[in-house]
Design a protein around this ligand. Structure first.
Ligand code: MN
Length: 321
């Protein structure tokens, strides 16, 4: 998915100054963002109160939307650099095309993982013939400086490890959870997991003390560390935890996002993650001039033009909140 804002705000993130070094319970409200004409998404990261959770730098939750008589998701070709995109569906399908020639249909509980490295472009759309409901999350993972210029590649993983406990089934999307590792390529210590909880279940999920964590509710009624988290909302948990108490009041699903705090300071603007204003400007020019990011073939429509750069220069700075 793309940031389709006509005037996207730059986001300065990363750096230890943002990290809460103790357990907290901060409820993050979503910001509603219009994606194209039909689709509205709830943006959880970046958020006014929180920019990143580990290397997770962008989280959109969408649906469930009834798209039986709609085209559904239609995100034209757009560029990325310095990040990975994670596509995760509970219902529906997303057809992915990219400038490497990849053509893949991502289905529920499969990992669509695109590593942009230095440059890639892609489109995402609901296939012409699609399921009635579309429900999922689109996430970005920032790449560390050592790997951000790597060659772009796309991975589709249809089999992911599942950790089970009474009333709990946890699918490991990225990184590690309780000794189970996702086959997806990760560049920093990280975890992304989809937790399905049965009504009435209580669980204590093992966590890594040095990681920071957040939980995005996808469906149902769930209490995370005794805080009710409604679908489409996220609870930031800080760090210094060795387990996470969960209780489901109904059948419920949440996404656990966590990782080692991201020490490097970043500038995010539009679909780019960089380290300086100059890098962003060069990337924007390269996309506009049709160089570096390649071309997506087969998408029925024009590529997304880059928005105007904001008038004031972007600069990483220390603590923002
Ligand atoms: Mn995208």
């Amino acid at each position: 998915m793309s940031n389709l804002d006509q005037r996207p705000s730059p986001s300065l993130c990363g750096g230890r100054g943002f990290v809460v070094a103790e357990p907290v319970r901060e409820l993050l409200s979503p910001r509603k963002v219009q994606l194209g004409e039909a689709t509205e998404v709830r943006r959880l990261l970046p958020n006014l109160g929180r920019r990143m959770i580990g290397a997770w730098a962008f989280v959109d939750h969408y649906g469930p939307d009834d798209i039986a008589d709609e085209p559904g998701m239609q995100v034209p070709p757009h560029p990325h650099m310095g990040l990975q995109t994670v596509s995760w569906l509970h219902e529906g399908e997303v057809l992915h095309r990219d400038s490497l020639g990849s053509l893949a249909t991502i289905r529920p509980r499969q990992l669509g993982l695109m590593t942009s490295g230095r440059a890639i472009s892609h489109s995402e759309e609901s296939p012409r013939s699609h399921a009635r409901f579309l429900h999922g999350a689109q996430l970005w993972v920032a790449l560390p400086d050592s790997d951000r210029h790597t060659e772009p590649h796309f991975e589709l993983h249809t089999e992911l490890p599942v950790v089970t406990a009474p009333g709990l089934s946890a699918t490991v999307i990225l990184g590690d959870l309780d000794g189970a590792a996702s086959p997806g390529t990760a560049y920093t210590p990280i975890v992304g997991a989809d937790l399905a909880l049965a009504a009435g279940a209580t669980a204590a999920l093992p966590l890594v003390r040095d990681f920071e964590y957040g939980v995005l509710s996808m469906a149902g009624e769930v209490r995370v560390d005794d805080v009710p988290v409604l679908p489409g909302s996220m609870l930031y948990l800080g760090s210094g935890r060795t387990e996470l108490p969960l209780r489901a009041e109904s059948d419920a699903a949440v996404m656990l996002l966590g990782g080692e705090p991201f020490a490097e300071e970043l500038i995010m603007w539009w679909n780019f993650v960089a380290r300086s204003q100059e890098e962003i400007e060069t990337a924007r020019d390269d996309w506009t001039n049709g160089t570096r990011f390649g071309a997506v073939t087969g998408y029925d429509g024009a590529a997304l033009p880059a928005p105007e750069m904001p008038p004031t220069p972007l600069k990483p700075r220390g603590r923002v909140r």
